[in-house]
Write a protein that binds this ligand. Sequence first.
Ligand code: SDX
Length: 421
Amino acid sequence: MNESVTITDNRTGRSVDIPIVDGGVDSAAWRKLLGNVWFHDPGLATTAATSSSVAEIDGDAGILRYRGYPIEQLAEHSTFPEVAYLLVYGELPSEAQLDEWVYEITRHTFIHENFRRRIFDAFHYDAHPMGLLMSGVAGLSTFYPEAKDIFDPDNRRAQIVRLIAKMPTLAASAYRFSKGLPFMFPDNADDYPTRFLKMMFDVGGDYEPDPALVQAMRILFILHADHGQNCSTTATRVVGSSHADPYTAIAAGCAALYGPLHGGANEAVVNMLSEIGSYDEVDSFIAGVKRGEYRLMGFGHRVYKNYDPRAMLIKTAAHDVFNVIGKNPLLDIALKLEEVALADEYFVSRRLYPNVDFYSGLIYQALGFPTNMFTVLFAIGRTPGWLAHWNEMVEQDSRIYRPRQIYKGAPKRDYIPMAER
Ligand code: SDX
């Protein structure tokens, strides 16, 4: 089969054959043939903004692999620091490499105490933790000015380690600030999820999270670790493409993740389930969705036109958590919503399935996190993915992102003095 496309400019009759390589066609031939004719692609739904080796997603088959490894296997066998290493460096670490990586991360969990105490004091007590996290990450860039030297690989590693290490400390501090609780220092004798849960919930020094809860956090962090060129990773790449430092680029990732159409969806799902209120109200809610009055949050995906494999794994993890701490009453409403939607032509015809956010919030809520912390948890998990893409982009020495536009505004016109308006 001729793996190519032919584009013909009917104004001139000139054509060009463009080979289809790795599922894409190169825009250079388009530019050569069509000069100032731009490919109009709102939301970049049809555009590959880059090539990447970090994550592979097959939306039709419902497949997600990190550097070739199926997430089902990583969720079962791996740890979050090991997955973070895999995403950033492309290979599973040897035992020595993992020990060194975990040691480095563990040694960088602290945040300058002046900064941690003072930055949050600038906010109201009830400020949304995502606003605190985003501000904290951006502020950290001022503590590590050397991070601007992005083409030094050792320097990139140092900043990558710091960000993976400090996100949980920042996140837990944002929560403690909102509750008026004293900040907890990270206990470096603990593993990553345990250390985070203790910084979040320990009050008297005697808190030991149930192993099933630690297991759930491990799985949730791993499943959120990367997802290709999603909105927040694209934001990280866009900001990083200007050669800004990694803290600034990751703060941009946090900003994009905050939106309810993206990482804010897990919070929106639980708010939606609470508003539905009861199993019996599900059918009338679905009717409202079909009338276009609101969206079924936690459903649908730009890439997955099948069941999001992460949603399946999170649904299983939810049952394990509920077996330990009791079932979240909202689960029955969620299960009914899924059952009704998956049997309804409106959702089937639009290939809308549960995504990663549909069940994750139920676990977070059962673990004791307030809904406004859910997106913060997503950000902790996604940080290695953002950093892996930032690192890949720097190594690729990618061009600065600067798309074109189709101008639809006013033609040239002269200034009108106020007296004549
Ligand atoms: C994440 O990209 C990633 O990889 C993201 C993510 C990651 O790991 O980084 O997977 C994480 O962000 C998951 C998505 C979380 N968001 C939500 O759950 C919010 C609800 N879902 C949507 O708003 C929507 O599905 C998006 C934003 C996820 C995808 O939007 P698209 O691809 O732009 O799809 P669309 O808005 O063009 O919708 C296509 C059709 C429309 O109907 P018509 O206009 O053709 O009649 O499907 C409808 C939409 O109205 N539709 C929905 C719907 N999602 C799409 N209708 C009801 N409920 C929904 N949730």
